[in-house]
Design a protein around this ligand. Structure first.
Ligand code: ATP
Ligand code: MG
Length: 348
């Protein structure tokens, strides 16, 4: 250590004590006993945070405490032989200690508020998301049970179909929440095997395609598209989320293209739609949990904001990346990469 002062220098002792102080209150309680010694005066010194540094009382000297151009207060003391060099070091130590503790406290407060606000948002969003289908199920069941009502067969079927759909959507919501919690507990365990992505894409398109006659689906994979080492079920889940979004967020229909590209070590799979698009300021938030862009559509398009964050975790677990490109009004492309050969991250 290249230190000019001896190890038990009072300034060092003050600095060490300040370093250990966790809060502004700690600073104010550890400082005074050490201050006088550090300033080289036999009289006690005090820290005056509220006081005006420019006004000194008759027999008191005040050393202003300034950090980042802001006057925080002053050290008030009585002494006969001021040493400006010492004053400056001690005041700057003290001012820095106070201002960093203040900043840390403010930041902590902000984080706390943000976290509790977020949790409230999530809870209110979830309860809304669950209450709507529950209310609808309850309503149709009550209608079916009305004493003396004789619904014709067609009406009855329609009621029952709605109940079935709402139950499915609740089940999906619960599954997503569970999946999301499982991912929180650690990266998902992958079952890596050689998989044929074009075949999985076909299966997902067949499954989602029957739910919409306004969309056309095209899969574009060259015949030389390689076999990839990945978890078939997880990749099917990612593709389901992306293709489901492509359909959901193009309410007027259009083309949904799923295409594959091959690079040296990886493949890129993209899902391209002609839907409502995403404003640029939302693009980097899509992968945050519960985030939903396009507020003007939220009423009509159901969703929880978990599909993309789950997809990102699954792609990342394989050692790949996922990203979005979009233009409002003309469509969105969501792409992800997968290493052709399972990486250490994906191997289990
Ligand atoms: P969930 O998938 O959990 O049912 P969700 O679809 O709202 O709900 P994500 O899939 O995570 O959630 O998508 C997050 C948000 O990103 C969506 O709410 C939507 O605003 C936007 N988004 C995602 N995909 C598209 C897309 N293809 N076109 C336009 N917006 C999209
Ligand atoms: Mg989704």
């Amino acid at each position: 250590m290249t230190h000019a002062r001896p190890a038990d220098d009072p300034i060092d002792r003050l600095a060490t004590a300040l370093l250990a102080a966790g809060s502004v209150e700690d600073v104010l309680s550890v400082a005074p006993p050490l201050l006088a010694a550090a300033l080289g005066t036999p009289q006690p010194a005090r820290v005056d945070l509220a006081g005006d540094a420019s006004v000194a009382s008759d027999d008191e000297r005040r050393i202003p405490l300034v950090a980042d151009g802001e006057t925080l207060g002053a050290i008030a003391l009585r002494d006969d032989a001021p040493d400006p060099a010492r004053d400056e070091i001690v005041a700057s130590l003290l001012a820095t200690a106070i201002s960093t503790r203040r900043r840390a406290a403010a930041e902590q407060e902000r984080l706390l508020q943000e976290a509790s606000g977020l949790r409230l948002d999530v809870v209110s969003m979830l309860s809304h998301e669950m209450r709507t289908p529950l209310a609808s199920i309850k309503g149709y069941v009550s209608a079916l049970r009305i004493e003396g009502a004789s619904w014709d067969r067609e009406t009855r079927d329609e009621f029952l179909r709605t109940i079935e759909e709402e139950t499915d959507s609740l089940t999906r919501l619960v599954e997503e929440i569970l999946e999301s919690a499982a991912i929180d507990a650690g990266l998902p365990r992958l079952n890596i095997e050689p998989i044929l992505i074009p075949k999985i894409v076909r299966r997902v398109i067949d499954r989602i395609g029957i739910q919409s006659d306004r969309h056309r689906f095209v899969a574009m994979f060259s015949s030389s598209f390689p076999i990839v080492e990945a978890d078939a079920q997880r990749i099917e889940q990612v593709l389901t989320n992306l293709i489901d979004n492509a359909v959901k967020y193009s309410p007027d229909g259009g083309l949904v293209v799923v295409r594959g590209e091959v690079r040296a070590e990886e493949v890129i799979v993209s899902v391209v739609d002609q839907g409502i698009g995403i404003a640029p300021e939302y693009l980097n938030k899509l992968f945050e949990r519960f985030f939903r862009a396009s507020p003007e559509h939220r009423q009509h398009i159901v969703g929880t904001g978990l599909g993309l964050p789950i997809s990102e975790s699954l792609v990342r677990a394989h050692g790949g990346r996922i990203w979005a490109e979009s233009a409002v009004g003309s469509g969105t492309t969501l792409s992800f990469t997968l290493p052709i050969h399972a990486t250490a991250a994906g191997d289990d």
